[in-house]
Design a protein. Structure first.
Length: 419
């Protein structure tokens, strides 16, 4: 679940106070929100409170400071310091369970400590100064207890709860995912056709083979003038469905659909759980932000672009989103990919303003304003599930865009960042 163990040739650096203040002086007076976290636990930074103080010093008065933590290090003394000095506006605990008998799900083994720290924060006399949130990652091993967890946090009177799916870095992790990369537009055609798709595809394959054999040998056949055109009912039906999808600007990834037919039953069960959670949210007054389970192609958008957000790495590199912080593996659509670090510049060498307004970064953001027009989507494409070059090795997508954003679960409201 954790990306840290998969970084290649990378040291785990914490940002220096001097670099952070350099960034803060230039940028913080002009932005509305600073989020302090990275790949790992932010509170392991030895000077984390100093980072908060610097952020508060330079951020405009109405600006928001937020950070996420697994809660194990956020003890009483640190909570007092943050709340009494107004060092943060929003604190999010990443904790999937408080049930000690349950297997740890990746955020913290210190369940009792985390519970005590959260309770102390929620009961603090200056609690009204901040919003307290919970971040939960839903997966196969915990989805049936999700409703119980949401109810528990709502009873504790947190301000909001964000639920995210997991980003799989390895093949075995994909088995834990509770979503599909097939979009609802494609799925409507698959399930609304009334077809048995495994039989349909097998029929098309047989017809294509028979047709190729006929074409190959017709010139050798002395009675070729008597050959008649054969009926190809499977191919005709398949082409009819492809045409229907094309009119809706949707591709049909039959390979992915056939692989995930059984999984869809489990996803429908999660949809029912989500409906119950919405009722809990309405009754308690606690905002619960849920991800999609079957994403929408029409609603695809980059959350970083739509929030006018960017990531600055601990060494000053300006990165379009968390996905490009470091080289790392990923496993989506039943294929592996080596995702590469991508930067538009370093604030040690150029001002942030120069980097943000550079031609390359501006062009990149403009393309993402309309992803469906400018960036292809791999999830509905059968080539992606069958190890297409672009999804497994290419640095650009098949339309020439770089970096590669064509298979991004963040753009589908599946996986989420704290923005």
């Amino acid at each position: 679940m954790c990306l840290l163990s998969l970084w290649k040739n990378e040291k785990r650096n914490s940002i220096s106070l001097s670099l952070f203040e350099h960034i803060a002086q230039e940028t913080f007076p002009h932005i509305s929100r600073v989020v302090l976290y990275g790949m790992g636990e932010p509170l392991t930074h030895e000077k984390f409170l100093d980072l908060l103080r610097i952020a508060r010093k330079y951020l405009q008065p109405e600006g928001t400071i937020a950070f996420t933590t697994n809660g194990s290090l956020f003890n009483n003394n640190m909570i007092d310091e943050v709340l009494e000095n107004n060092l943060a506006n929003e604190i999010v605990f990443s904790c999937d369970t408080f049930e000690e008998e349950e297997e740890s799900l990746g955020h913290s083994m210190a369940v009792t400590t985390v519970r005590k720290n959260l309770d102390y924060l929620l009961k603090h006399e200056k609690r009204g100064r901040i919003k307290v949130g919970i971040e939960i990652v839903v997966m196969k091993r915990n989805y049936k207890s999700l409703e119980k967890s949401i109810q528990m946090f709502c009873d504790k009177k947190v301000d909001f709860i964000t639920v995210s799916h997991m980003y799989p870095y390895k093949e075995h992790v994909q088995n834990e995912t509770m979503y599909t990369m097939l979009t609802e537009e494609a799925l409507d055609i698959f399930e609304g056709s009334g077809e048995k798709w495994d039989e349909l595809i097998l029929g098309v394959t047989r017809e294509k083979f028979a047709e190729s054999m006929q074409l190959q040998y017709r010139e050798l056949y002395k009675y070729k003038d008597r050959l008649v055109k054969k009926e190809r009912p499977y191919s005709e039906r398949y082409n009819e469905l492809l045409s229907k999808a094309k009119k809706k600007n949707v591709l049909l990834n039959t390979s992915l659909y056939l692989k995930e037919k059984e999984k869809l039953e489990r996803l429908r069960e999660l949809e029912t759980i989500f409906k119950k959670i919405i009722q809990i949210s309405k009754k308690s007054g606690v905002k619960v932000f849920l991800p999609d389970i079957i994403p929408s192609f029409k609603r695809r958008e980059c959350p970083y672009q739509s929030n006018n957000a960017v990531v600055i790495r601990s060494d000053g590199e300006v990165v379009p989103c968390f996905k490009y912080l470091y080289d790392h593996p990923s496993y989506l659509d039943y294929h592996s990919r080596e995702s590469s670090f991508f930067s538009f510049g370093n604030v040690k060498n150029n001002s942030f303003s120069e980097i943000w307004n550079s031609a390359d970064f501006t062009s990149f953001r403009n393309k993402l304003k309309d992803m469906n027009k400018n960036v292809p989507y791999c999830g509905n494409c059968s080539f992606s599930t069958n190890n297409c070059f672009y999804v497994t090795e290419g640095q650009s997508d098949c339309w020439g865009n770089e970096p590669f954003c064509s298979e991004c679960p963040y753009s589908l409201n599946l996986t989420k960042c704290l923005l």
